[in-house]
Design a protein around this ligand. Sequence first.
Ligand SMILES: Cc1ncc(COP(=O)(O)O)c(C=O)c1O
Length: 294
Amino acid sequence: MNGTYCPLGEASVPLLDPGFTRGDAVYDTVSVWGGQFFRLDDHVARFFRSCATARLSPPASADELKAILAQCVHRSGLDAAYVQMISTRGKFQSPTVRDPRLCKNTLMTFAMPYIWIIQPARQLEGIDLALAKGNRRTPPEVVDPRMKNFNWLDLQRGLFEGLDRGSDTSVLCTPDGRLSEGPGFNLFVVRDGALRTPRGNVLEGITRSTILELASDLGLKAEEADLTPDDLLAADEAFLSSTAGGVMPVATVDGAPLGHGEGPGPISLRLRSEYWARRDAGWLGIPVASLLAD
Ligand SMILES: Cc1ncc(COP(=O)(O)O)c(C=O)c1O
C-alpha cells in the first residue's frame, strides 16, 4: 500500500479517495502459476496505458512495479496467485477542494490465491451463458474499454441478470447491439473450425491475445470481428477467456445447447488443455524469484 506491506485483510482505502467515491481508478490483474508470472510485461504495459488514459500517475516505474508485485507474491508464499495492481486518484489536499489535478495518485498491489471465475469442474461440464437483455455494456465512446477500470456497475448488473436466470454468468452487448464481453472475461465463438472474438468494444484481454496466438500455432483460423447475438446463437461452440480461469467452455446459451450438442465443444476443450499444459511448463512466464531484490 503506497510503499508498505501488510496482510490483505488489513489493507483499506481512505473513504474520501475518489478512487472509491467516484470509481476514479484503474487496475490490472496478472496470474502466477507454478511460481511464474504470466506475460507480466504485457500486463504492466497495459496497466500504464490504462493509467495514461485515466490521467493517473502511480508513483512507480515499470521495473519498480514488477519488484513490488514480486514482493507481494513472495510474502504471500503462494505458488498460484491472483495478483492485482491498482492506481486510484488519491486523497484530495483538503476535503473541500475538488480539483483532481491536485491529488496524489496511489499505487496499491496485492496477491491472493488464484481465482477461477468458473470452477475447473464446471468448466469441464461447460457453462450456461446468459445473453444479457436488460443490461448493456458501457459503449466505447463513453468509457474506453481498453482502459481496465473499476466502473463495473454495467458488468455487475449483467451478472445479476444472468444469475437471476440461473446461468453461470452473462455476456453483454453494447447499446448498438454488438456482442462485447462479460464480468471479467472476453468471449470467443467457433464456427466451421474458425474462432472469432468481438473487436472494438472490449478490453483487449491478455488471455484473448494468447488464445489468438495459440490458435494460429495450432493451425486454426482466428480473428477479431464485429459480432451480434446471432453469431453466438449460431455458433458450433463458444468459450470465455480470462486471467482468472483461462479458457472456459460454454455448453448452453440461455439453456439452449450450441451447435455441437451436449457439453463443451472439442475445439474449446483442446484450447483449454493446450493453454494449461503450456502454463504448467512455464510458457511466457517469468519466475517471481527472479524479480526479488537481493
Ligand atoms: C471486462 C473484462 N474483459 C475481459 C477480461 C479478460 O482480460 P484478461 O485476459 O487480460 O484477464 C477482463 C479481466 O478481468 C475484464 O475485466
